[in-house]
Write a protein that binds this ligand. Structure first.
Ligand SMILES: *Cc1c(COP(=O)(O)O)cnc(C)c1O
Length: 381
């Protein structure tokens, strides 16, 4: 080839800068790098952003969901309704506590559970439902709670993708009894790795804080900062975990939280531009539901009728320097959960096989976006 190929357009780039670098460096210089004052400050800021009383920082959304399952009282013999159409961590969190994930189908428009799809798989053993805000699209939590709670099932919100999305006028996750967030770089707000559990109950929050730290009655950071800390002897009253976030991560998270509104605004602007450019190249482009607004964490589209196989489309895009991704995975098609679906999951299978995620990140330029759309036009044929 004679011409220089243009740089590959990635699917996601975290929006990090000097401010985050300086905040991380400051944490390092302070000498306090494990969970400490910056984690506490990040928790307060995140709780305030959501308008919830308690936020507990952890090492990932996966560990947040693990603690949420324990907090919801889920254990061996219980069933937990989850969407198969989700990152596999949603179902795995159920398996970690010895319970059984029961897969429900999703609304083909939003990719989320609905009260109807949950109702189809509820049983007397259903102890919880994990409602996911897939790709940042707010799930209709109230409808699922109205169905599940009278039957004794706790609704946990997997808001891994949802920071910056809005449900009925409040930040996503704020209305849930327990919600879990991810700060992985594929999401908007990132701390490298990291997560948060939020809740409304003070006793539950205190238990989650102990569980993330080996079940300790007094946290290590409280012991160290107490006057005469050496005299404070902690006890270990139940089996906990090391699910802690570091102060270096929290320092980055505090800066990122301040940038969240700008991230959401830019992503929504770029998503609308995709919508106007794509036309019939998408049978459907993910959109806001009636009950809220999304952050376009995953800007996914359903390929039109007659388009080549999705794998072929992705290969053609890659050859044109566009790094798109397959759409959301379906856990019931993966080895650990194969054959376990109790009901047909047609919308899940349609979306997982025929969707792809377009490049979308804060610094994406209109020129790059035009290149993505041109490459898709070629690839779809
Ligand atoms: C990313 C994601 C997770 C896992 O988050 P981590 O922070 O990487 O553990 C869980 N659930 C959903 C829906 C996700 O998208």
């Amino acid at each position: 080839m004679s011409s220089t190929p243009a740089a590959v357009i990635p699917v996601m780039v975290p929006w990090l800068g000097e401010e985050e670098a300086e905040a991380a460096a400051e944490a390092v210089r302070s000498g306090w790098v494990a969970q400490g004052p910056r984690v506490a400050a990040f928790e307060r800021a995140f709780a305030e952003h959501l308008g919830v009383p308690h936020a507990v920082a952890v090492s990932s959304c996966t560990t947040a969901l693990h603690l949420a399952m324990i907090g919801a009282g889920v254990g061996p013999g219980d069933e937990v309704v989850v969407p198969s159409l989700s990152f596999v961590a949603t179902a795995n969190a159920v398996t970690y506590v010895g319970a059984v994930p029961v897969f429900a189908d999703v609304d083909p428009a939003t990719g989320n559970l609905t009260a109807d799809t949950v109702a189809a798989v509820l049983t007397d053993r259903t102890r919880a439902v994990i409602a996911v805000d897939q790709g940042g699209v707010p799930v209709d939590l109230d409808a699922i709670r109205a169905l599940a709670e009278p039957r004794g099932a706790t609704v946990v919100e997997d808001a891994a993708c949802g920071a910056g999305s809005v449900y009925r006028g409040r930040p996503v996750g704020a209305a849930a009894a327990i919600a879990a967030y991810s700060f992985h770089p594929r999401k908007l707000l990132t701390t490298g790795e990291g997560g948060m559990v939020t809740c409304h109950d003070a006793d539950l929050a205190a238990r989650l804080r102990r569980l993330r730290e080996h079940g300790m009655s007094v946290s290590a950071s409280d012991r160290h900062s107490a006057s005469g800390g050496a005299a404070v002897v902690e006890t270990y009253d139940e089996i906990g975990f090391n699910h802690r976030m570091t102060d270096i991560q929290a320092a980055v998270g505090l800066v990122q939280l301040g940038k969240l509104p700008a991230m959401v605004a830019r992503r929504r602007e770029l998503a609308e531009r995709y919508r106007s450019l794509l036309g019939p190249l998408a049978a459907r482009l993910v959109a806001d539901p009636a009950h809220g607004t999304g952050n376009y964490q995953a800007c996914w589209l359903l390929l039109p009728e007659g388009a080549p196989d999705r794998t072929e489309v992705l290969a053609r895009l890659a050859a044109a320097g566009v790094s798109a991704r397959r759409g959301i995975m379906a856990a019931h098609l993966e080895a650990p959960y194969k054959g376990t679906a109790r009901v047909p999951l047609p919308a899940t299978e349609l979306i997982t096989h025929r969707s792809l995620i377009l490049p979308l990140f804060h610094t994406l330029t209109e020129e790059q976006q035009d290149r993505v759309v041109a490459a898709l036009r070629e690839a779809v044929g």
